[in-house]
Design a protein around this ligand. Sequence first.
Ligand code: NAP
Length: 484
Amino acid sequence: MTTFEIEPGRLFVGGQWREAADGARTEVVDPSRGAVVTTVAEAGAADVDAAVRAAREAFDSGTWSGLSGRERGRILHRVAELIRENADELARLESLDVGKPISLCHAVDITNAANDYEHFAALAHSLDGAVRDTPMNALAYTRREPIGVVAAITPFNFPLILAGSKIGPALAAGNTVVHKPADETPLSALRMARLLQEAGVPDGVVNVVTGSGPVAGEALLRHRGIDKVAFTGSTAIGRHVAAVAGEALKPVTMELGGNAAHVVFEDADLEKAVGAIIKAFVFNTGQFCMGGPRLLVARPVYSTLLGILGDAVPGVPVGDPRNPETVVGPMAGEKHRKKVEEYVDLARKEGGRIVCGGERLDLDGGYYYRPTVIADLSNDSRVIQEEIFGPVLTVQPFDTEEEAIELANSTPYGLASGIQTQNLARAHRIADRLQAGIVWINDWAMLDPAVPFGGVKDSGFGREYGPEALAAYTKVKSVVVSLD
Ligand code: NAP
């Protein structure tokens, strides 16, 4: 049993809490025990319609878009403060929902979510246009205006952060939002609805509809009252979302799957690199779009590094997310663990050598899987080419820089990438040629709201964070004033 209250588990529409129109509810499971902890309302099309109408009304009324950027920024600053003031509760909710170690929730999810809102609060002040020099006898200037009602659809792995990475810039720019969190992990979205209201975000400006992708997500996506879709999730669903939005000529941002390569050269500081390599594939139990599940190692240090990993990875603490010593918690659901098992079985069939791990960990009925290192697979193996989204690292040797680049760029994805080398010129040379939205050098997952991120190729398009994010939530209007 949880020792704190989870409430209210209803839909948040127009500033009011309500049950789904047909009374449907869905269960929320604690992945560390495989036990139902609560239920939340399951939205249908009628509920989504009500949420979009509330968001439209709020947008048209100007209660939010009519505020100055400075006033919106002040309220978003308050949101950041409230996240920090409620850090313990939010961390426990996120841990309970996703299975993340509670220490990770504090250090990453809560800290980043608060920093992100603060970042967008500051950007709200800088929504300026430009004066353009023309040969006309006219004053020509641009204005950046909000787009309208934003549909924010988010995945299960970083619920709080990925909701904030959409709601933050959407609100900073003056839009209103309907948020559909993943049906597996809805709890922090509901808690945030309360905090946003408490911070002073007017009713109807942010609405939360919990429910399934095929029903609530689809209804939201297809609703004619939506002006923009901000989606984070798998490439498969992203393709569908982009196609539907494209047909309706709605702008979209697409943050999709990843399968990053982590390239280690023979001149790397191996002792330091090992920490980054392990972090890159076990962080969030490998359920990390920007994780580094493909390790490419220069042949001279290949055996040494594989030996170090074989010794170090079994020592990574896996277990109860409530234990502050835990580094790797359970996977977020049994379906995710099954998927990992299928890929590891496939690796065995394809001649892969399991260096360590390769099995589930039976603990308290939770969905645990041991961090796993696999060598000796060929590059065309599905285990290397596809996104596993679990604590699995494949290791491949390379002989030349050219081969490293070719292997790194050989999957359909292009979200993140990493290089370990002491050679500065090589680091920049390789970074230039890696097909990825972000490249880390000599560490992994260095993230900050000032630094834009997003994908290329099948990892999507558009950028979250930085001023780039704000631009994606505005439309530009040109005004030309005759001076005759
Ligand atoms: P997913 O299955 O694609 O789901 C993402 C969201 O889309 C969920 O809210 C889902 O609802 C909803 N959805 C499903 N079908 C829909 C439909 N027909 N119409 C509208 N919405 C629909 O992804 P996931 O398994 O939750 O998350 C893991 C994936 O997200 C991985 O591929 C990962 O790489 C990617 N990801 C990318 C980033 C990034 O920044 N690029 C960040 C995090 C995760 P339900 O939950 O109800 O199915």
